[in-house]
Design a protein around this ligand. Sequence first.
Ligand code: MG
Length: 255
Amino acid sequence: MIVLKSPQEIKAMRKAGQVVARVLAKLGEMIRPGITTGALDRAAEDLLREWGAVPAFKGYRPEHARTPFPASICTSVDNQVVHGIPGPRVLQEGQIVSIDVGAIVDGFCGDAARTFPVGEISPEAARLLVVTEEALEKGIERARVGNRLSDISHAIQQWVEAHGFSVVRELVGHGIGRQMHEPPPVPNAGPPGRGPRLKPGMVLAIEPMVNAGAYGVKTKADGWTVVTEDGSLSAHFEHTVAITADGPQILTSLS
Ligand code: MG
């Protein structure tokens, strides 16, 4: 069942979203060649706690996972799509790194992700980042009362494929509220006009994952890190978005 949020609850969710946005902005300032993904994780956890939030991902264990997620953020480098585990890995000039941050404030969750360049990156990698962020914007534009859920999915897929990239099928966005993952699943591909009709009070984490090569992915032996099957680069942009009578409201953008 999709849990609709009242205007007061959406306001509370914006608080969590603001913390996520501020952490992503701070990490963006820190990302450069030579820094480890573990250092980014430690900084994120300190900031989350300083700003009154609980890291939503730390200790998170969905049914399919053998072990709980061990860190506060996900750091996914180059061909890693999502759920990369921070650690001693040193970021190198020319890489891209996707950072996913989840925060719980006063019992409500916020979730957002963004792929950052590490120093100077190739024109192809830069184009992948731009197209993925634009695909998220295209999806958010469709998050309007009266549309159907898959109108979001279709807009994302169309934008990505028109630019020669591919959308990951196996992983999807999700409803969000008191739980990090609530119904409905929010696919990033598919025909329009399907799924539930969008209503005021629905809050969705919309999160296209876009591969430079084919859309296939696989999970590494650590049980978490998802990589592209063909080794191509992958990018990930995500916002928590409330559907309101006045249109989509991004809860995880800096205000
Ligand atoms: Mg998410």
